[in-house]
Design a protein around this ligand. Structure first.
Ligand SMILES: [Zn+2]
Length: 418
C-alpha cells in the first residue's frame, strides 16, 4: 500500500512535469474574454494581415515592415522596444516575477526579391500571395497574441518577449545575432514559423558552402592544355553526387535527409576565354552533427580534390556554420515540457478533421539558434498555409483566430498566469 501510494505519486509527478497545458486553464474567465476579443476582431485582423503581406520585406530590407511593427508595439503595455543594429525588433511584456521567460520569434523577411508583385488575392477563405504564410501570417498572429493579453488584462509571472527577426531566410542571421547578444537570455525559445498544426523540436544541421575555382584566364586560342575553373566545377559536382548518403532518416515528415543539393553555379564572362573564376554552391543538411560532419568533410574533400587534379586555385566559404556542440540530444529535446505543451496546444486548436499531429525532429527556423545554445526551443505554426517560398503560396484566412488563441494559451502555459 505504501509502495503503491509512492508509485502513484511518482507517476502523477512525472505526468505533471510532462506538459504545462491543462485544458482547465482555458475555462478561466480571462481566457474566454481574450478569445472572444480575438474573434470579434477577425475581419479587421485579416485586413491587417493582407496589408502587412503587401509591405515588401526581402531579407536585409525589412525596414518598412519593421517601422509598422514598432509603431504597433508602442501601443502595447510593453517596455524596452528596441531595434538592434541588424534591424531585429524586440519588446518585453514584463512578468510579475517567478515564471519562465519566453521569446516568441517571428521573422519579418521573405525570400521574394524587391519588385515581386505582392498583392493578395482573396478567393473565399483562401488568401494568395508570396509570403502570406511564411512568415507574415505568423508575425501577424504573434503581434495579436501580445495585444490580446493586454485587452484581457492577463498578467504572467514570466517575461514574454516579442521578437520580429530579420534575415531568417538567409541563414537565421538576425536570430544568430539577437539571441546571444540581446542580453535577455530567455528561458524558452518559441519560433512561430510553421504551418499549423506542425511542431518541430529539432534543428537540421545546415552547411551552405560556396566553392570558388580560379585561374589567370586565357583566350580560347591560347587555352589548349591550360587548367580551367569550369572544368574543376564540373568534376567537383560529379564527385559530390557520388558521395554515398546514409538511408533516409525517419520522423521528419516528407523531408528526405540527409541531403546534398547543388543549387547555384556560375562563372566566366565571355564565351571565348578560360574563366578567371567559376563557382558553385552546396546546401548540405542532416539531422545530427556526426552525420553532418562526415558528409561535410566528404564534400570539401571532393571540391578541393577537383582543384588539385585540374590545377586551378581554390577558395571556400561557409555561410551557416552554426555550432551545435551544446545542443541537447533528440530524446532530451523531445521530452521537454515545452515540446509536450506546444504539441498539446497545436492539437487542441487544430482544424476539425486534421489528424492528431506528432512533433518532428525537424528544424530550419530561428528555434535552431536556441537549440544550438542548449535552450529548450520549439517551432510552432499559428496559421495554415501551403507553398512557402513559391509565388503560389496560399493561406487559410479562418486559421488566424485559432492560431492567436493557441499562441495566447502557449504563452500562459509557459510563463504561468498570475
Ligand atoms: Zn519562415
Amino acid at each position: 500500500m505504501k509502495l503503491c501510494t509512492a508509485t502513484l505519486f511518482t507517476i502523477s509527478l512525472l505526468q505533471a512535469q510532462s506538459t504545462w497545458f491543462d485544458p482547465q486553464m482555458l475555462e478561466q474567465p480571462a481566457l474566454s474574454k481574450a478569445f472572444d476579443s480575438v474573434k470579434a476582431r477577425e475581419s479587421q485582423l485579416i485586413e491587417e494581415w493582407i496589408r502587412l503581406t503587401e509591405t515588401s520585406a526581402p531579407s536585409g530590407k525589412e525596414q518598412k515592415r519593421g517601422t509598422y511593427i514598432r509603431a504597433e508595439l508602442a501601443k502595447l503595455s510593453v517596455v524596452e522596444i528596441h531595434t538592434d543594429d541588424m534591424g531585429n525588433i524586440s519588446a518585453v511584456r514584463k512578468g510579475t516575477g517567478g515564471g519562465r521567460s519566453v521569446v516568441f520569434a517571428a521573422h519579418m523577411d521573405t525570400v521574394f526579391p524587391e519588385g515581386t508583385p505582392l498583392n493578395v488575392k482573396r478567393d473565399g477563405n483562401t488568401l494568395r500571395a508570396p509570403g502570406i504564410g511564411d512568415d507574415t501570417g505568423n508575425l501577424m498572429a504573434t503581434l495579436e497574441m501580445f495585444r490580446t493579453l493586454d485587452r484581457a488584462g492577463i498578467k504572467t509571472k514570466g517575461d514574454l518577449i516579442f521578437l520580429a527577426s530579420v534575415q531568417e531566410e538567409t541563414g537565421l542571421i538576425g536570430m544568430r545575432h539577437w539571441l546571444p547578444k540581446s542580453g535577455y537570455n530567455p528561458d524558452l525559445v518559441v519560433a512561430v514559423d510553421l504551418a499549423s498544426p506542425e511542431v518541430w523540436y529539432g534543428a537540421f544541421r545546415i552547411d551552405q558552402l560556396k566553392f570558388i575555382y580560379t585561374s589567370k584566364g586565357a583566350h580560347t586560342l591560347e587555352s589548349r592544355g591550360q587548367p580551367n575553373p569550369a572544368h574543376a566545377v564540373a568534376r567537383a559536382i560529379e564527385k559530390i553526387y557520388e558521395i554515398q548518403l546514409p538511408p533516409v532518416a525517419s520522423g521528419i515528415g516528407a523531408f528526405k535527409l540527409p541531403v546534398i543539393n547543388v543549387g547555384m553555379i556560375s562563372g566566366g564572362t565571355v564565351v571565348n576565354a578560360i574563366p578567371r573564376e567559376a563557382w558553385f554552391t552546396v546546401d548540405l543538411r542532416s539531422l545530427d552533427s556526426s552525420t553532418q560532419d562526415r558528409l561535410s568533410t566528404a564534400v570539401v574533400t571532393a571540391a578541393k580534390g577537383a582543384s588539385e587534379s585540374i590545377g586551378v586555385g581554390f577558395k571556400m566559404e561557409n555561410k551557416m556554420g552554426i555550432d551545435y556542440g551544446n545542443a541537447l540530444s533528440a530524446e532530451q529535446r523531445r521530452a521537454h515540457p515545452l515540446v509536450h505543451t506546444a504539441t498539446d496546444l497545436a492539437n487542441h486548436f487544430r482544424k476539425p478533421g486534421i489528424p492528431v499531429m506528432e512533433p518532428s525532429d525537424a528544424g530550419a527556423t530561428d528555434a535552431n539558434i536556441g537549440i544550438s545554445l542548449g535552450k529548450p526551443s520549439v517551432a510552432v505554426g499559428a496559421i495554415s498555409y501551403k507553398g512557402p517560398h513559391t509565388l503560389e503560396e496560399a493561406a487559410e484566412a479562418d486559421s488566424l483566430v485559432p492560431g492567436v488563441k493557441m499562441l495566447v494559451s502557449l504563452a500562459i502555459a509557459c510563463s504561468v498566469m498570475n
